[in-house]
Design a protein. Structure first.
Length: 176
């Protein structure tokens, strides 16, 4: 006897519930940089390590993850990291911060260790020509996506080369 299982993924959008209704509420997590609020992605383009963070609306926390094997496995970043800010190609460093961006960290070993650093070190990196900043998903445009290298994050989740590797924990507004 054969069976078929279907899983619905992504945010439901139809005539009763259209795109503007779904993602107009920004996350309640208080970020110093509102551009990093919600879901955002970064890529270590030299080591090919992909990072993403998700802040859940109506939750006061964010979680970040990385994959260095094209999405086969994912590891959670330390819980004190809420934002992956970007990649500095000049020094091969990914920068991250805590929730309110009062503490900054970097890794240059694909996320195995995170070293505390100063805001001025981050400011120097992020203003240099070798800076590749993280990109945020726009809650007000749920059908749009952002791309880093051949990775894409959109309303469905995170994909690479057309293959979906991560589906979001919940839809944008968390009201379903």
């Amino acid at each position: 006897m054969a069976g078929l299982r279907l899983d619905l993924r992504g945010c439901t959008i139809n005539q009763e519930r259209n795109a503007p209704d779904i993602c107009t509420t920004a996350p309640s997590v208080p970020y110093a940089n509102q551009g990093m609020a919600g879901r955002h992605i970064a890529l270590d383009s030299i080591e090919d390590v992909f990072y993403f963070c998700e802040s859940l609306i109506n939750k006061q926390w964010s979680r970040c993850y990385s994959s260095g094997d094209s999405g086969t496995t994912w590891k959670g970043l330390p819980v004190f990291l809420s934002n992956v800010l970007g990649y500095w190609t000049t020094s091969n460093q990914i920068f991250a911060s805590n929730q309110d961006q009062s503490s900054f960290f970097y890794t240059n070993d694909t996320g195995l260790t995170w070293t505390s650093t100063s805001h001025s070190a981050y400011a120097t990196a992020s203003s240099s020509s070798g800076w590749e900043g993280a990109q945020s998903l726009d809650y007000s445009a749920p059908l749009s996506g952002v791309t880093k290298g051949d990775w894409t994050a959109d309303h469905m989740g995170v994909s690479r080369g057309g293959n979906l590797y991560v589906t979001w924990d919940a839809c944008c507004s968390h009201t379903f």
